[in-house]
Design a protein around this ligand. Structure first.
Ligand code: SAH
Ligand code: SF4
Length: 343
């Protein structure tokens, strides 16, 4: 039995034709699954009974099992807790903007990188998600809310570039006209920075957006926030980003989680401006969501001063507004509640 959501368009066409069905049957199936959110062959009424029975023998279409759902009273941000077929759980978030709906999705159960401020990192690493599990997050949220998702950010649980193959394949599926039909420039991968993978991504011919989680301007400081920095230094990562930019021409977003007393000094802002000089970037300043006692948000004045230094040095920057703070749906908070309540 194959998971249909693991298959690329070409793979599905090959499978369907090898079962003796016409090519266009693949398009019909995909219309049921991706547009109508039907994951049961019995309901696919434009296929003959015989074909439905045959397909049922060969494919499963596992949408995710909803365990819990929380809706923010402030802005409607909705957080979903799903159970996977092996009993592991992951979270996804749906964010509502006036003109679009964005989904924040996970790529791993837990994360091996263990950034000190990240709830996902604290929960340890269990396994990579399959392509189908990544795709199913989108379909399951759309089915649940009866709304179409227009933008996707790979910013949920896990490090997408450490689950490279499944991440890339899921992007091709979500982007494909007859499948997810989400514009490629509306899909963002957020990475802690794996140099070889960033360079590989540049070669994919995918015009996906890239966000780099930098968080500190020196290796000394970054080592303390992002343990993986000891393996891949800031210089190596930025060098890979430059190669990526040369190839794609794309502007890259730099994410910088600001933590009081750790990386929010005025001297940090100056140094950051210096290392990002001449790069086509945009800096997103994210006040930390406190996941531990010693992690505090900087004061409003400090946030503004930090941003001002960047702007004065020719670096575009913005302070990210939080969404869903009352349901802990913000970046880095996914799964914390459960871990706390089960420990
Ligand atoms: N592993 C990838 C993507 C998932 S994390 C990455 O690190 O980029 C998505 C974003 O949430 C990252 O920028 C991460 O630094 C940020 N984040 C994690 N914990 C956070 C916290 N406690 N407060 C604010 N942002 C956090
Ligand atoms: Fe992993 Fe990203 Fe969390 Fe770091 S911030 S532990 S890379 S999910």
């Amino acid at each position: 039995m194959k998971n249909l959501l693991d298959l690329s368009y070409e793979e599905l066409v090959a499978e369907v034709t090898s079962l003796g069905l016409e090519r266009y049957r693949a398009d019909q199936i995909l219309d049921w699954v991706f547009n109508k959110k039907v994951n049961n062959f019995d309901e696919m009424t434009n296929l003959s009974k015989q074909h439905r029975a045959l397909l049922k023998e060969h494919f499963s279409i596992p949408f995710l099992k909803l365990l819990d759902k929380k809706v923010s009273r402030i802005d409607g941000t909705t957080k979903f807790l799903w159970e996977l077929e092996d009993g592991n759980t992951i979270e996804s978030v749906m964010l509502f903007h006036p003109d679009r709906i964005t989904a924040c999705i996970s790529t791993q159960v837990g994360c091996p990188v263990k950034c000190i401020f990240c709830a996902t990192g604290m929960s340890g690493f269990v396994r990579n998600l399959t392509t189908g599990e990544i795709v199913a997050q989108i379909l399951s949220m759309e089915r649940e809310e009866k709304k179409k998702i227009g933008n996707v950010v790979y910013m949920g649980m896990g490090e997408p570039l450490l689950n490279y193959e499944n991440t890339i394949k899921s992007i091709r599926i979500l982007n494909h006209k007859k499948m997810g039909n989400i514009g490629i420039r509306r899909i963002t991968i957020s990475t802690v920075g794996i140099p070889d993978r960033i360079i590989q991504l540049a070669e994919e011919g995918l015009d996906v957006k890239l966000a780099l989680s930098l968080h500190a301007p020196t290796n000394f400081k970054r080592d303390q926030l992002v343990p993986l920095n000891k393996k891949y230094s800031i210089e190596e990562i930025l060098n890979a980003v430059k190669i990526y930019q040369k190839k794609t021409g794309n502007r890259v977003t730099i994410e910088y989680v600001l933590i009081k007393g750790m990386n929010d000094e005025i001297s940090d802002a100056k140094k950051l401006a210096e290392i990002l000089k001449n790069m086509k970037i945009f800096v997103n300043l994210i006040p930390v969501n406190p996941t531990a006692e010693d992690l505090k948000k900087p004061s409003r004045e400090r946030l503004l001063a930090f941003k001002r230094i960047l702007l004065e040095n020719g670096i575009e920057a913005e302070i990210r507004r939080e969404k869903g703070s009352d349901i802990e749906a913000a970046c880095g908070q996914l799964r914390l509640k459960r871990i706390k309540s089960t420990s």
